[in-house]
Design a protein around this ligand. Structure first.
Ligand code: C5P
Length: 408
Protein backbone atom coordinates (compact mmCIF):
# COMPACT_ATOMS: atom_id res chain seq x y z
CA UNK A 1 0.00 0.00 0.00
CA UNK A 2 1.45 3.35 -0.91
CA UNK A 3 2.11 6.08 1.59
CA UNK A 4 -0.48 8.86 1.76
CA UNK A 5 0.85 12.38 1.91
CA UNK A 6 -0.99 15.69 1.74
CA UNK A 7 0.04 18.43 -0.66
CA UNK A 8 -1.25 21.85 0.41
CA UNK A 9 -1.44 24.27 -2.51
CA UNK A 10 -1.74 27.97 -1.73
CA UNK A 11 -2.41 30.98 -3.92
CA UNK A 12 0.75 31.98 -5.71
CA UNK A 13 1.68 31.95 -9.37
CA UNK A 14 3.87 28.89 -8.66
CA UNK A 15 0.67 26.92 -7.90
CA UNK A 16 0.91 25.43 -11.40
CA UNK A 17 4.22 23.82 -10.42
CA UNK A 18 2.35 21.84 -7.76
CA UNK A 19 0.89 19.79 -10.63
CA UNK A 20 4.38 18.61 -11.60
CA UNK A 21 5.21 18.03 -7.93
CA UNK A 22 2.15 15.80 -7.42
CA UNK A 23 3.20 13.74 -10.45
CA UNK A 24 6.79 13.44 -9.18
CA UNK A 25 5.57 12.33 -5.75
CA UNK A 26 3.53 9.61 -7.44
CA UNK A 27 6.58 8.52 -9.43
CA UNK A 28 8.44 8.30 -6.12
CA UNK A 29 5.82 5.78 -4.99
CA UNK A 30 3.74 8.08 -2.77
CA UNK A 31 -0.03 8.64 -2.81
CA UNK A 32 -0.56 12.42 -2.78
CA UNK A 33 -3.90 13.97 -1.72
CA UNK A 34 -4.38 17.66 -2.40
CA UNK A 35 -5.79 20.44 -0.22
CA UNK A 36 -6.20 23.86 -1.86
CA UNK A 37 -6.81 27.27 -0.37
CA UNK A 38 -9.41 29.56 -1.94
CA UNK A 39 -6.69 31.72 -3.53
CA UNK A 40 -4.93 28.67 -5.02
CA UNK A 41 -8.07 27.91 -7.00
CA UNK A 42 -7.62 31.22 -8.83
CA UNK A 43 -4.48 29.72 -10.39
CA UNK A 44 -5.25 26.00 -10.88
CA UNK A 45 -8.58 24.19 -10.70
CA UNK A 46 -9.23 21.43 -8.15
CA UNK A 47 -10.28 19.26 -11.11
CA UNK A 48 -6.68 19.16 -12.36
CA UNK A 49 -5.46 17.67 -9.09
CA UNK A 50 -8.48 15.38 -8.71
CA UNK A 51 -7.82 13.95 -12.18
CA UNK A 52 -4.14 13.36 -11.48
CA UNK A 53 -4.45 11.98 -7.97
CA UNK A 54 -7.74 10.12 -8.36
CA UNK A 55 -8.79 11.61 -5.00
CA UNK A 56 -11.27 14.32 -4.03
CA UNK A 57 -9.51 17.65 -3.60
CA UNK A 58 -10.37 19.40 -0.33
CA UNK A 59 -11.02 23.10 -0.81
CA UNK A 60 -13.04 24.16 2.21
CA UNK A 61 -13.80 23.41 5.84
CA UNK A 62 -17.48 23.71 5.12
CA UNK A 63 -19.66 21.75 2.73
CA UNK A 64 -22.63 23.74 1.51
CA UNK A 65 -25.05 20.96 0.68
CA UNK A 66 -26.97 18.60 3.02
CA UNK A 67 -26.34 18.37 6.74
CA UNK A 68 -24.73 14.91 6.64
CA UNK A 69 -21.93 15.99 4.30
CA UNK A 70 -21.66 19.15 6.37
CA UNK A 71 -20.79 16.98 9.34
CA UNK A 72 -18.38 14.89 7.27
CA UNK A 73 -16.69 18.01 6.03
CA UNK A 74 -16.38 19.47 9.53
CA UNK A 75 -14.39 16.45 10.73
CA UNK A 76 -12.43 15.92 7.48
CA UNK A 77 -9.45 17.86 8.78
CA UNK A 78 -9.14 15.51 11.76
CA UNK A 79 -9.33 12.47 9.49
CA UNK A 80 -6.81 13.97 7.05
CA UNK A 81 -4.56 14.98 9.96
CA UNK A 82 -4.54 11.46 11.35
CA UNK A 83 -4.16 9.50 8.12
CA UNK A 84 -1.51 11.51 6.31
CA UNK A 85 2.20 10.64 6.64
CA UNK A 86 3.43 14.15 5.79
CA UNK A 87 2.06 17.58 4.93
CA UNK A 88 3.97 19.46 2.23
CA UNK A 89 2.79 22.96 1.36
CA UNK A 90 4.05 23.97 -2.09
CA UNK A 91 3.95 26.74 -2.97
CA UNK A 92 3.60 28.28 0.48
CA UNK A 93 2.62 31.95 0.39
CA UNK A 94 3.59 34.55 2.99
CA UNK A 95 -0.05 34.38 4.13
CA UNK A 96 -0.05 30.64 4.95
CA UNK A 97 3.34 30.93 6.70
CA UNK A 98 1.85 33.70 8.86
CA UNK A 99 -1.25 31.61 9.60
CA UNK A 100 0.86 28.58 10.57
CA UNK A 101 3.22 30.67 12.71
CA UNK A 102 0.34 32.27 14.59
CA UNK A 103 -1.87 29.22 14.92
CA UNK A 104 -4.78 30.70 12.97
CA UNK A 105 -7.22 28.04 11.82
CA UNK A 106 -9.71 29.67 9.54
CA UNK A 107 -9.49 27.41 6.51
CA UNK A 108 -8.91 23.72 5.88
CA UNK A 109 -5.15 23.88 5.36
CA UNK A 110 -4.34 25.96 8.44
CA UNK A 111 -6.67 23.79 10.52
CA UNK A 112 -5.04 20.64 9.19
CA UNK A 113 -1.60 22.06 10.09
CA UNK A 114 -2.66 22.47 13.74
CA UNK A 115 -4.35 19.08 13.89
CA UNK A 116 -1.65 16.87 12.37
CA UNK A 117 1.22 15.12 14.14
CA UNK A 118 2.83 14.18 10.80
CA UNK A 119 6.00 15.96 9.63
CA UNK A 120 5.28 19.32 8.00
CA UNK A 121 7.30 20.81 5.14
CA UNK A 122 6.82 24.18 3.48
CA UNK A 123 8.27 25.28 0.15
CA UNK A 124 7.79 29.07 0.07
CA UNK A 125 7.45 31.00 -3.18
CA UNK A 126 6.77 34.72 -3.37
CA UNK A 127 8.06 38.10 -4.46
CA UNK A 128 11.61 38.76 -3.18
CA UNK A 129 10.53 41.73 -1.00
CA UNK A 130 7.78 39.68 0.61
CA UNK A 131 10.29 36.86 1.21
CA UNK A 132 12.93 39.09 2.80
CA UNK A 133 10.38 41.10 4.83
CA UNK A 134 11.12 40.81 8.55
CA UNK A 135 7.55 39.62 9.19
CA UNK A 136 7.96 36.65 6.82
CA UNK A 137 11.44 35.85 8.15
CA UNK A 138 10.21 36.01 11.75
CA UNK A 139 7.32 33.67 10.92
CA UNK A 140 9.76 31.25 9.28
CA UNK A 141 11.99 31.33 12.36
CA UNK A 142 9.00 30.45 14.54
CA UNK A 143 8.07 27.57 12.25
CA UNK A 144 11.67 26.34 12.12
CA UNK A 145 11.93 26.23 15.90
CA UNK A 146 8.67 24.26 15.97
CA UNK A 147 10.16 21.59 13.70
CA UNK A 148 8.67 22.63 10.37
CA UNK A 149 11.05 21.76 7.54
CA UNK A 150 11.62 24.83 5.35
CA UNK A 151 12.60 24.11 1.73
CA UNK A 152 14.37 27.34 0.84
CA UNK A 153 13.30 29.09 -2.36
CA UNK A 154 15.76 29.54 -5.21
CA UNK A 155 17.23 32.69 -6.66
CA UNK A 156 16.17 33.71 -10.12
CA UNK A 157 13.61 35.49 -12.23
CA UNK A 158 10.29 35.83 -10.41
CA UNK A 159 6.85 36.04 -11.99
CA UNK A 160 6.59 39.66 -10.82
CA UNK A 161 9.54 40.57 -13.08
CA UNK A 162 12.02 41.02 -10.24
CA UNK A 163 15.16 38.96 -9.76
CA UNK A 164 16.03 37.49 -6.38
CA UNK A 165 15.15 34.85 -3.86
CA UNK A 166 11.56 33.66 -3.86
CA UNK A 167 11.29 31.11 -6.67
CA UNK A 168 9.79 27.77 -5.65
CA UNK A 169 12.53 25.15 -5.11
CA UNK A 170 12.94 22.62 -7.93
CA UNK A 171 10.62 19.62 -7.83
CA UNK A 172 13.35 16.96 -7.22
CA UNK A 173 14.57 18.92 -4.19
CA UNK A 174 11.05 19.03 -2.73
CA UNK A 175 10.53 15.30 -3.42
CA UNK A 176 13.81 14.41 -1.72
CA UNK A 177 12.92 16.54 1.31
CA UNK A 178 9.54 14.76 1.57
CA UNK A 179 11.22 11.35 1.33
CA UNK A 180 13.72 12.40 3.95
CA UNK A 181 10.92 13.49 6.26
CA UNK A 182 9.21 10.12 5.73
CA UNK A 183 12.41 8.16 6.35
CA UNK A 184 13.93 9.84 9.36
CA UNK A 185 16.18 6.86 10.04
CA UNK A 186 19.71 7.63 8.94
CA UNK A 187 20.80 4.00 9.07
CA UNK A 188 23.18 4.38 6.10
CA UNK A 189 24.98 7.49 7.35
CA UNK A 190 28.31 5.62 7.54
CA UNK A 191 28.09 4.20 4.01
CA UNK A 192 29.33 5.44 0.65
CA UNK A 193 27.20 3.63 -1.92
CA UNK A 194 28.33 3.37 -5.52
CA UNK A 195 25.34 2.61 -7.72
CA UNK A 196 25.48 1.77 -11.42
CA UNK A 197 22.30 2.57 -13.35
CA UNK A 198 20.87 2.81 -16.84
CA UNK A 199 21.73 0.92 -19.98
CA UNK A 200 25.16 1.11 -21.62
CA UNK A 201 25.48 1.91 -25.32
CA UNK A 202 28.15 0.24 -27.44
CA UNK A 203 28.95 2.15 -30.64
CA UNK A 204 28.90 0.42 -33.96
CA UNK A 205 29.66 3.46 -36.08
CA UNK A 206 29.36 7.24 -35.49
CA UNK A 207 25.53 7.11 -35.47
CA UNK A 208 24.55 3.63 -34.27
CA UNK A 209 24.93 1.70 -31.07
CA UNK A 210 23.88 -1.55 -29.43
CA UNK A 211 21.74 -0.69 -26.41
CA UNK A 212 19.08 -2.20 -24.20
CA UNK A 213 15.71 -1.40 -22.65
CA UNK A 214 16.91 -0.33 -19.20
CA UNK A 215 15.26 2.94 -18.04
CA UNK A 216 17.56 3.47 -15.05
CA UNK A 217 14.53 3.82 -12.75
CA UNK A 218 15.61 1.10 -10.30
CA UNK A 219 19.14 2.50 -9.91
CA UNK A 220 17.86 6.06 -9.51
CA UNK A 221 15.27 4.90 -6.94
CA UNK A 222 18.11 3.24 -5.01
CA UNK A 223 20.13 6.48 -5.17
CA UNK A 224 17.16 8.56 -3.94
CA UNK A 225 16.35 6.16 -1.11
CA UNK A 226 20.01 5.80 -0.04
CA UNK A 227 20.43 9.59 0.11
CA UNK A 228 17.28 9.88 2.21
CA UNK A 229 18.79 7.34 4.63
CA UNK A 230 21.94 9.39 5.02
CA UNK A 231 24.36 7.62 2.63
CA UNK A 232 26.81 9.36 0.34
CA UNK A 233 25.92 8.22 -3.17
CA UNK A 234 28.12 7.91 -6.25
CA UNK A 235 25.77 7.39 -9.18
CA UNK A 236 27.60 5.95 -12.19
CA UNK A 237 24.92 6.35 -14.79
CA UNK A 238 24.73 5.12 -18.35
CA UNK A 239 21.96 6.31 -20.65
CA UNK A 240 18.62 7.27 -19.01
CA UNK A 241 16.10 10.07 -19.46
CA UNK A 242 15.99 10.72 -15.71
CA UNK A 243 17.29 13.65 -13.67
CA UNK A 244 19.86 12.54 -11.09
CA UNK A 245 18.71 13.09 -7.51
CA UNK A 246 20.16 16.24 -5.99
CA UNK A 247 23.11 15.71 -3.63
CA UNK A 248 24.46 12.58 -5.28
CA UNK A 249 27.88 12.57 -6.93
CA UNK A 250 26.88 12.06 -10.55
CA UNK A 251 29.29 10.25 -12.87
CA UNK A 252 27.78 9.95 -16.36
CA UNK A 253 29.16 7.29 -18.72
CA UNK A 254 28.12 5.80 -22.05
CA UNK A 255 29.82 2.46 -22.67
CA UNK A 256 30.57 -0.60 -20.53
CA UNK A 257 34.27 0.29 -20.79
CA UNK A 258 33.64 3.80 -19.40
CA UNK A 259 31.49 2.35 -16.63
CA UNK A 260 34.27 -0.13 -15.85
CA UNK A 261 36.80 2.70 -15.50
CA UNK A 262 34.48 4.86 -13.38
CA UNK A 263 33.61 1.99 -11.01
CA UNK A 264 37.17 0.76 -10.51
CA UNK A 265 38.49 4.31 -10.07
CA UNK A 266 36.00 5.00 -7.28
CA UNK A 267 36.01 1.54 -5.72
CA UNK A 268 38.22 2.42 -2.77
CA UNK A 269 35.72 5.10 -1.69
CA UNK A 270 32.74 2.74 -1.83
CA UNK A 271 31.57 0.74 1.17
CA UNK A 272 28.73 -0.74 -0.90
CA UNK A 273 28.54 -1.30 -4.67
CA UNK A 274 25.12 -1.91 -6.22
CA UNK A 275 25.12 -2.99 -9.87
CA UNK A 276 21.67 -1.96 -11.06
CA UNK A 277 22.87 -1.02 -14.55
CA UNK A 278 22.09 -3.14 -17.57
CA UNK A 279 25.63 -3.49 -18.86
CA UNK A 280 26.21 -4.78 -22.37
CA UNK A 281 27.82 -8.21 -22.18
CA UNK A 282 29.17 -7.82 -25.71
CA UNK A 283 30.34 -4.92 -27.86
CA UNK A 284 31.27 -4.65 -31.54
CA UNK A 285 34.86 -5.84 -31.91
CA UNK A 286 35.58 -2.91 -34.23
CA UNK A 287 33.87 0.47 -34.43
CA UNK A 288 33.60 1.84 -37.94
CA UNK A 289 34.96 5.39 -38.27
CA UNK A 290 32.39 6.05 -41.02
CA UNK A 291 28.67 5.36 -41.06
CA UNK A 292 28.16 1.77 -42.26
CA UNK A 293 26.62 1.66 -45.74
CA UNK A 294 23.75 -0.55 -46.80
CA UNK A 295 25.66 -2.94 -49.05
CA UNK A 296 23.86 -6.22 -48.36
CA UNK A 297 23.95 -8.55 -45.33
CA UNK A 298 26.15 -7.41 -42.48
CA UNK A 299 27.78 -9.77 -39.99
CA UNK A 300 28.92 -8.22 -36.74
CA UNK A 301 31.68 -9.66 -34.63
CA UNK A 302 31.11 -8.99 -30.94
CA UNK A 303 33.63 -9.28 -28.15
CA UNK A 304 32.84 -9.63 -24.44
CA UNK A 305 32.96 -6.57 -22.18
CA UNK A 306 34.65 -6.72 -18.77
CA UNK A 307 32.39 -8.00 -15.99
CA UNK A 308 32.48 -4.86 -13.89
CA UNK A 309 30.88 -6.25 -10.76
CA UNK A 310 32.97 -9.42 -10.76
CA UNK A 311 36.14 -7.31 -10.99
CA UNK A 312 34.90 -4.97 -8.28
CA UNK A 313 34.33 -8.03 -6.08
CA UNK A 314 37.95 -9.10 -6.60
CA UNK A 315 39.50 -5.68 -5.92
CA UNK A 316 37.21 -4.46 -3.11
CA UNK A 317 38.15 -3.91 0.52
CA UNK A 318 37.00 -6.91 2.60
CA UNK A 319 34.14 -4.94 4.21
CA UNK A 320 32.75 -3.55 0.93
CA UNK A 321 29.42 -5.17 0.11
CA UNK A 322 28.57 -6.02 -3.49
CA UNK A 323 24.94 -6.30 -4.61
CA UNK A 324 24.27 -7.60 -8.12
CA UNK A 325 21.10 -7.58 -10.20
CA UNK A 326 20.05 -10.31 -12.60
CA UNK A 327 17.42 -9.73 -15.26
CA UNK A 328 16.04 -13.16 -16.10
CA UNK A 329 13.59 -14.08 -18.83
CA UNK A 330 13.16 -17.77 -18.02
CA UNK A 331 10.82 -17.79 -14.97
CA UNK A 332 11.40 -21.48 -14.26
CA UNK A 333 15.18 -21.18 -14.12
CA UNK A 334 15.43 -17.62 -12.75
CA UNK A 335 16.30 -18.59 -9.18
CA UNK A 336 18.80 -21.24 -10.16
CA UNK A 337 20.50 -18.92 -12.69
CA UNK A 338 20.51 -16.14 -10.09
CA UNK A 339 22.14 -18.31 -7.47
CA UNK A 340 24.88 -19.35 -9.93
CA UNK A 341 25.44 -15.69 -10.83
CA UNK A 342 25.69 -14.71 -7.14
CA UNK A 343 28.58 -17.15 -6.72
CA UNK A 344 30.22 -16.38 -10.07
CA UNK A 345 30.31 -12.65 -9.38
CA UNK A 346 31.44 -13.05 -5.78
CA UNK A 347 28.58 -10.79 -4.66
CA UNK A 348 27.05 -10.62 -1.17
CA UNK A 349 23.52 -10.55 -2.58
CA UNK A 350 21.74 -10.64 -5.90
CA UNK A 351 18.35 -9.19 -6.82
CA UNK A 352 16.72 -11.46 -9.39
CA UNK A 353 14.15 -9.83 -11.65
CA UNK A 354 11.89 -11.83 -13.86
CA UNK A 355 11.63 -9.29 -16.67
CA UNK A 356 9.22 -11.38 -18.70
CA UNK A 357 6.22 -10.24 -16.58
CA UNK A 358 4.26 -7.35 -18.17
CA UNK A 359 4.28 -4.02 -16.29
CA UNK A 360 7.22 -5.03 -14.10
CA UNK A 361 10.96 -4.59 -14.51
CA UNK A 362 12.15 -2.82 -17.65
CA UNK A 363 11.02 0.79 -17.95
CA UNK A 364 8.20 0.22 -15.41
CA UNK A 365 7.56 2.07 -12.14
CA UNK A 366 6.95 -1.25 -10.40
CA UNK A 367 9.14 -4.25 -9.88
CA UNK A 368 9.00 -7.72 -8.36
CA UNK A 369 12.11 -9.66 -7.42
CA UNK A 370 13.77 -12.22 -5.23
CA UNK A 371 16.78 -11.16 -3.21
CA UNK A 372 19.25 -13.95 -2.56
CA UNK A 373 22.21 -14.00 -0.24
CA UNK A 374 24.30 -17.14 0.27
CA UNK A 375 22.15 -17.79 3.37
CA UNK A 376 18.74 -16.20 2.75
CA UNK A 377 16.01 -15.74 0.21
CA UNK A 378 13.68 -12.71 0.44
CA UNK A 379 10.69 -12.45 -1.89
CA UNK A 380 9.92 -8.87 -2.90
CA UNK A 381 6.33 -8.94 -4.20
CA UNK A 382 5.24 -6.36 -6.81
CA UNK A 383 5.86 -2.90 -5.36
CA UNK A 384 7.04 0.51 -6.54
CA UNK A 385 10.72 0.73 -7.35
CA UNK A 386 11.20 3.19 -4.49
CA UNK A 387 9.67 0.79 -1.98
CA UNK A 388 11.81 -1.98 -3.41
CA UNK A 389 14.87 0.26 -3.13
CA UNK A 390 14.16 0.67 0.58
CA UNK A 391 13.68 -3.09 1.00
CA UNK A 392 17.04 -3.74 -0.69
CA UNK A 393 18.72 -1.11 1.49
CA UNK A 394 17.21 -2.73 4.58
CA UNK A 395 18.79 -6.04 3.53
CA UNK A 396 22.11 -4.22 3.11
CA UNK A 397 21.90 -3.02 6.74
CA UNK A 398 21.31 -6.67 7.77
CA UNK A 399 24.35 -7.82 5.75
CA UNK A 400 26.37 -5.03 7.35
CA UNK A 401 25.53 -6.42 10.79
CA UNK A 402 27.64 -9.49 9.99
CA UNK A 403 30.35 -7.59 8.09
CA UNK A 404 31.14 -4.51 10.20
CA UNK A 405 32.56 -1.45 8.54
CA UNK A 406 36.18 -0.63 9.39
CA UNK A 407 37.14 3.06 9.41
CA UNK A 408 38.61 4.14 6.06
O1 C5P B 1 25.86 -11.56 -16.04
P1 C5P B 1 24.74 -10.59 -16.07
O2 C5P B 1 24.88 -9.52 -17.11
O3 C5P B 1 23.36 -11.17 -16.08
O4 C5P B 1 24.86 -9.87 -14.63
C1 C5P B 1 24.06 -8.83 -14.23
C2 C5P B 1 24.72 -8.08 -13.12
O5 C5P B 1 26.10 -7.86 -13.40
C3 C5P B 1 24.15 -6.71 -12.92
O6 C5P B 1 24.31 -6.36 -11.56
C4 C5P B 1 25.02 -5.86 -13.84
O7 C5P B 1 25.04 -4.51 -13.43
C5 C5P B 1 26.37 -6.50 -13.68
N1 C5P B 1 27.21 -6.52 -14.90
C6 C5P B 1 28.45 -5.92 -14.86
N2 C5P B 1 29.27 -5.92 -15.95
C7 C5P B 1 28.89 -6.53 -17.08
C8 C5P B 1 27.64 -7.18 -17.14
C9 C5P B 1 26.83 -7.14 -16.03
O8 C5P B 1 28.81 -5.34 -13.81
N3 C5P B 1 29.70 -6.52 -18.12
Amino acid sequence: MSVKITVGVTGGIAAYKAVELVRALQTAGLDPHVVMTRAAQQFVTPLTFAAITGHRVITTLWANDDSESNLNSAIDHIDEAQTTHALIVAPATADILAKFAHGLAEDFLSTLYLATKAPVLVAPAMNVNMWTHPATQANLEVLRTRGVHIIEPDNGYLACGMVGSGRLADTPIIVEAVLQALTPTQDLAAETILITAGGTREPLDPVRFLGNRSSGKMGYALATAALARGARVLLVSASTSLNPPPNCEFLPVTTAAEMHTAVLKNLTRATVVIGAAAVADFRPATVSAEKLRRTGPLTLTLEPTPDILAEAAIHRAPDTLIIAFAAETDSAAALENGRAKLLRKGANAIVINDVSRPGLGFDADHNAATLLTPAHQVDLAPMTKLTMANEILKQITLLRATSPLTPR
